[in-house]
Design a binder for this molecule. Structure first.
Ligand code: AGP
Length: 605
């Protein structure tokens, strides 16, 4: 998704803006641009990577100390220089950048054309600029408020306004934005990594707030134009979280950070063998909690399916798992005795946020499992459990996924204990198993070498299947998504028992299949399924618990992972699946961290 930066200070703005955009590259983009206010506003924007923009900026060398910048992930109009941001209004009143989608932009555009406005681009963003221009009454903030009243959809907008040469203005609804407070300089950004090198003192902008920053001042206005108090929070994310720390890719670093991510996540939740959640469920839940929804997208959705297997078995409450983009439109049956859990690394995924809002309107208690502090989903949930995985930069999630799993384990045990299905002693045993996971994940990472070797074969393939049963099944979905989203190899995750209902027709000599088989109760059936595909010439890579006997007789390759409670095995089986995806992508010479067409945070529908 698009990234926005803004700067007001005494240093040249251009280098700071471009450095900030580089720290937002992981969000995915196809063009970039900046606008600098020095002796007049200079706009420089280019299609493609930020290096292209850097080249043009070096040639022009804009001197201003105030500016805005943008990386664009095309939604309306081709990813070209004309459609790149910033966009300047016809009369030069405003130059702005925008992240989000204006849903009524055509209606507004037609109206402005009738009023004589000429448009240069196909974007919805230029409509905001022309509308602001049309409504401009000499006061930047009142015009911003009037403009916002006309807009439908999502937006985070930063702008330079004629006559306000020492300020940057901004507003947001549904798309993320933060203000960074410096010493004699202030910043705007879509996300924390962009401002980390300069400050950790931030204000998280809320929907319906209007921002005015100068080098020594930050002002926040509400929709009535009243000034609000600026609550500065200190974000304790270290800069190294946004650096590679010696790894070739962020994804490699983040795979290896998983032991620490899991420990940092569960440690605050478990005290002396007891579980302490950071919020209270409604008292009524003790007797009346009758259904749980887990709603998310992508890998976070796979967390939901994993949670279903664990919670239903441990807590004996039905768990409905929904893809957020479906949940929000299917008129779900939700009431006050339902718990709705929203899982999101970024805390900004549009469909998940919309689903959260839908559930709240319908009276459910909402909790979220989120990695980015103070993100919108976190702030709008009734309760939030943070996965303290640190900034996750690679588009393909790994450490946040593992941290989310660990929260599900703790939550499941908590709910089982609340229902009297787990004794204090059983909780102590289970939580001690959870606290052993970081060490076991570290051991599981020892399969790095074998996965690197296997990747050379997988990289030659165009298709791959992942099959499993029980709690291994959602991990097959995750392994499939990891491999396909970064290596571009078509993959499918399948319930092993389902193969015979159609997909086995695709299995032919040389087809690569990863078979995940860690559930003792289903192991015999998995061996049968492996034999079925092996008989048709498949090349089978088995992922099993250490000590699993006889597997070498039926599979071509075997990856052993450490043993743990059956409920905790996902934290261990996911490691070889992540490493297979990583090494295969490196083998194919592709960009592991920034796969084509993808964004780290999907903040539009
Ligand atoms: C995961 O590797 C993908 N990048 C993607 O599926 C991601 O999980 C999904 O977009 C949800 O993002 P979120 O967790 O930030 O809401």
């Amino acid at each position: 998704m698009c990234g926005i930066v803004g700067f007001v200070g005494e240093e040249k703005a251009a280098p700071i803006l471009i450095e900030g955009l580089r720290r937002l590259e992981y969000r995915g983009y196809d063009s970039a641009g900046i606008a600098v206010n020095g002796d007049g506003v200079t706009v420089v924007k280019e299609k493609g990577r930020i290096d292209n923009l850097q080249g043009r900026v070096d040639e022009i060398n804009p001197q201003g100390t105030i500016g805005i910048g943008h990386t664009r992930w095309a939604t309306h109009g081709a990813p070209d220089q004309i459609n790149a941001h910033p966009h300047r209004s016809m009369n030069g009143i405003v130059t702005l950048v925008h992240n989000g989608i204006i849903e009524n932009y055509m209606e507004l555009k037609n109206d402005l054309i009738e009023k004589g406005y000429k448009f240069k681009s196909q974007t919805d963003t230029e409509v905001i600029a022309q509308l602001y221009d049309f409504l401009f009454d000499g006061d930047a903030i009142t015009t911003l408020i009037k403009t916002a009243e006309k807009l439908e959809g999502s937006y985070a907008v930063a702008m330079l306004v004629k006559g306000y040469d020492d300020k940057v203005f901004a507003m947001k609804k549904d798309s993320p934005m933060i203000v960074g407070k410096g010493d004699g300089e202030n910043y705007l950004a879509s996300d924390i990594p962009a401002i980390l090198p300069y400050t950790r003192d931030c204000y998280i902008v809320n929907d319906g707030e209007f921002i005015e920053i100068s080098k020594n001042d930050i002002k926040i206005f509400d929709k009535d134009g009243n000034e609000k108090e600026v609550e500065i929070k200190t974000i304790n994310l270290s800069i190294d979280a946004a650096e590679k720390s010696g790894y070739d890719y962020f994804m490699a670093k983040e795979i290896y950070e998983q032991p620490k991510a899991v420990m940092n996540t569960v440690f605050p939740l478990i005290k002396d063998g007891e579980i302490q959640l950071p919020f209270e469920f409604p008292e009524s839940f003790k007797k009346n909690l009758n259904r749980i929804y887990v709603v998310a997208c992508g890998s976070a959705y796979h967390i939901g399916i994993t949670a279903k297997y664990i919670i239903e078995d441990m807590v004996r409450i039905p768990v409905m798992v929904d893809i957020a983009s479906e949940f929000r439109y299917r008129n779900p049956i939700i009431g006050k005795d339902d718990l709705c859990i929203f899982v999101s690394q970024s805390g900004e995924t549009a469909d998940t946020l919309a689903s959260l809002r839908e559930a709240k309107v319908r009276g459910a208690f909402t909790m979220s499992i989120v990695n980015v502090p103070f993100s919108t989903i976190a702030r709008e949930s009734d309760g939030v459990i943070y996965t303290n995985a640190g900034a996750e930069i690679a588009v393909a999630t790994t450490k946040a996924f593992s941290a989310q799993l660990s929260v599900i384990y703790v939550l499941s045990a908590y709910l089982a204990h609340e229902k009297g299905l787990m004794s204090d002693d059983e909780i102590k045993v289970f939580t001690s198993e959870i606290l052993k996971l970081p060490e076991k994940i570290k051991t599981a990472l020892d399969c790095d070498k074998i996965t690197e070797e296997l990747s050379k074969h997988i990289a030659t393939k165009e298709n791959m299947f992942f099959i499993g049963r029980g709690i291994d099944y959602p991990l097959c979905l995750e392994g499939s998504l990891k491999l396909k989203e970064i290596s571009y190899i078509h993959c499918e995750g399948y319930g092993a028992g389902e193969l015979k209902h159609g997909t086995i027709s695709l299995i032919e000599p040389g087809t690569v299949i990863a078979a995940v088989a860690t559930d003792d109760a289903l192991y015999g059936k998995m061996v049968s399924n492996i034999k079925e595909v092996h008989a048709r010439g498949a090349y089978v890579i088995a992922v099993v618990k250490e000590g699993t006997e006889g597997i070498e007789d039926v599979a071509d390759e075997v990856i052993f992972v450490p043993k743990s409670s059956k409920y905790l095995m996902p934290s261990l089986t996911v490691i070889p699946l992540q490493l297979l995806a990583y090494h295969t992508t490196v083998e194919k010479g592709l960009d592991v961290d920034k796969p084509r067409n993808l964004a780290k945070s999907v903040t539009v529908e």
